[in-house]
Design a protein around this ligand. Structure first.
Ligand SMILES: Cc1cc2nc3c(=O)[nH]c(=O)nc-3n(C[C@H](O)[C@H](O)[C@H](O)COP(=O)(O)OP(=O)(O)OC[C@H]3O[C@@H](n4cnc5c(N)ncnc54)[C@H](O)[C@@H]3O)c2cc1C
Ligand code: FES
Length: 283
């Protein structure tokens, strides 16, 4: 599980001010990785030989290319660790742990709806590729701050997939103005009706995977439960060890008997069934 990735591409994504990076690593991890899993990247500053920062940083797999032995990570520079990572050069070898955690599952026959908020779109790209390769119909609902963000965060790559895109921006500069959940709700009502009697019929036709802010995923889960559509959510918790040893990433879930239980996002997740997440505790 502890391995190395050779940096073959490391570039800025779109507008520099968005602080987004695309990192392509070559290594054996691409043979076993699945959409929704992540890697824990060592981000130590090699110019001052030290173990600081000690903790690896978790980053999702944005693309998995077993034929090229490559994985792609898309990340936002958020603090010290990702700032150090941003200095990695082509030809350098990074220490990575992974693939870690449990990823998304693919529906058998249903349409797959991907619902993303902000950079939550990153792990959904690998899922879209995997679903399309199995012949599934895929739609993306994606909300972000503005046009500049969506374009920087990979909009053209999604357009190249040729799937229906439903875009929302907070300022209305691209797509519909407002939250992406409004578009999801409108589409559900349009397809399956608004009344409680009609609603359950729709759920048999779609399956949902979502990643983004907790409030968005909570709302998506509520909608999916109303329509009886299965939904998987990818949770984000601050992580320590990333391998189940430190209990730093524990979240609260509810089991089928209604008992509250605790699970580790790094090992049991990051993907869970939406209905098992206790949102008000874990977020
Ligand atoms: C399973 C998983 C997958 C992830 N995938 C991606 C990805 O594909 N692309 C990406 O850009 N980021 C991803 N993240 C978030 C990423 O791990 C953090 O942004 C990163 O660890 C920040 O490290 P830092 O040292 O740069 O910043 P720090 O100095 O550690 O933190 C900077 C800011 O980011 C916040 N932060 C740090 N870690 C997290 C976290 N896990 N969740 C929410 N906020 C956090 C801190 O509270 C602080 O406000 C993922 C996180 C998890 C748990
Ligand atoms: S991060 Fe240590 S148990 Fe999950």
């Amino acid at each position: 599980m502890l391995t190395e990735g050779l940096v073959v591409v490391h570039e800025c994504m779109g507008d520099k001010e968005q602080g987004l990076r695309r990192l392509v690593l070559k290594g054996p991890i691409a043979q076993t990785a699945k959409a929704g899993q992540f890697v824990a990247v060592q981000v130590q500053d090699s110019s001052i030989s030290s173990f600081d920062p000690l903790l690896r940083r978790p980053i999702s797999l944005a693309e998995i290319s077993p034929d090229q032995d490559e994985i792609t990570l898309h990340y936002r520079i958020a603090g010290r660790g990702t700032e150090i990572l941003a200095r990695a050069r082509c030809g350098e070898r990074l220490s990575i742990m992974g693939p870690l955690g449990h990823g998304f599952s693919l529906p058998e026959e249903r349409e797959l709806w991907l619902i993303a908020g902000g950079i939550g779109v990153f792990p959904l790209y690998a899922l879209a590729q995997s679903a399309l390769s199995k012949g599934l119909t895929v739609r993306l609902f994606w909300g972000g701050e503005n046009q500049q963000f969506l374009e920087s965060a990979g909009l053209s790559r999604w357009q190249a997939l040729g799937i229906p895109l439903y875009l929302s921006t907070l300022d209305g500069s691209l797509g519909q103005k407002g939250f992406v959940t409004e578009q999801v709700q409108a589409r559900l009502f349009q397809l399956f009706g608004q009344t409680k009697q009609e609603a359950p019929l729709g759920g048999e036709k779609i399956s949902v995977a979502t990643c983004g802010p907790a409030r968005m995923m909570q709302f998506v889960t509520k909608l999916c439960m109303e329509f009886q559509a299965p939904v998987e959510v990818s949770l984000e918790e601050r992580m320590g060890c990333a391998v189940g040893a430190c209990l730093g990433c524990v979240c609260t879930l509810i089991d089928e008997a209604g008992t509250l239980i605790h699970k580790k996002v790094c090992q049991d997740g990051p993907v869970f069934r939406g209905e098992e997440v206790v949102w008000d505790v874990s977020c």
